[in-house]
Design a protein around this ligand. Structure first.
Ligand code: ZN
Length: 149
């Protein structure tokens, strides 16, 4: 994906990406043979994310989520499932740390290409109440990886 130079264009593109994932969530549904199901709630916003994973050795072999809530929480979950599928725990931890830094306002990672479409959520850092929305699915993922230990 090539980005436009104009920051207003980038903001519009990011907004479009978020809405696209919100309207057409990737990897939404349930897994028949899930190894773990983690339910996360964000009562402040009413967001719900139920994450299901199938482990494959040290990797996440498959992942799906179901849920409802604001566009930030659901788009973040959708983008997350896309980027972690098939990845090792180590790679996932690296992305998770960078994404957390991004939504906490660390602009040094805002141009990190390894974050892919997740960079669209960088604007969340300006709205502290929305950070919990953005991190909901990631907290579920953290539990899923902890369970595996
Ligand atoms: Zn929310």
């Amino acid at each position: 994906m090539s980005l436009p130079d104009n920051s207003a264009d980038i903001a519009a593109l990011y907004q479009e990406l978020i809405l696209d994932h919100y309207r057409k969530p990737r990897n939404k549904g349930t897994l028949d043979n899930a190894d773990a199901t983690i339910e996360m709630r964000n009562p402040l916003c009413g967001d719900e994310v139920d994450l299901q994973v199938i482990y494959s050795g040290d990797s996440i072999g498959d992942v799906k989520f179901s849920g409802r809530g604001c566009s930030i929480s659901q788009a973040s979950a959708s983008m997350m499932t896309q980027i972690i599928k098939g990845k090792s725990r180590e790679d996932i931890d690296a992305v998770r740390t960078k994404f957390r830094d991004l939504v906490m306002g660390d602009m040094a990672v805002a141009n990190d290409k390894s974050l892919g479409s997740l960079r669209a959520l960088s604007g969340v850092s300006k709205f502290p109440a929305r950070v919990k929305c953005a991190l909901l699915a990631w907290n579920a993922l953290e539990s899923a990886l902890e369970n595996r230990k």
